[in-house]
Design a protein around this ligand. Structure first.
Ligand SMILES: [Zn+2]
Length: 119
């Protein structure tokens, strides 16, 4: 995946600076509020990229059924817990077409071959 251009990185830093200023303006000296505001915003940005935990859980269940309970690479039975959704292209997100359900070890290998690890 291409990295940010210098201009885009500068724009991103400016957004972060504004956001930080707005967060501290709202939180003031209240450290609990600061913590909760940061956490809330962090989670929402993560959902923008990865979908909500509920959406991912439903996709996992559908994948497990369509793959007959087997890892898409090694074809061994998937563990009851800890099977991992693998995106073919991270930018295309967690959709049925763009994912496969893998055991942990196949997921690690698949990501290492793509040259990043962003499970
Ligand atoms: Zn496997």
């Amino acid at each position: 995946m291409a990295s940010l251009s210098d201009n885009d990185r500068a724009a991103a830093i400016a957004i972060l600076d504004q956001l930080r200023a707005q967060i501290s303006a709202v939180a003031g000296e209240d450290r609990d509020r600061l913590f909760q505001l940061r956490r809330y915003i962090l989670k929402r940005l993560e959902f923008d990229e990865r979908g909500t935990p509920t959406q991912r859980r439903k996709l996992k269940e559908a994948k497990r059924r369509s793959q007959l309970g087997l890892c898409a690479i090694c074809q061994q039975a998937l563990p009851a817990r800890g099977a991992e959704l693998d995106r073919f292209r991270a930018i295309d997100g967690y959709t049925a077409r763009n994912t496969q359900l893998l055991c942990h070890s196949c997921h690690q290998k698949a990501e290492a071959e793509r040259g990043f690890s962003s499970s």
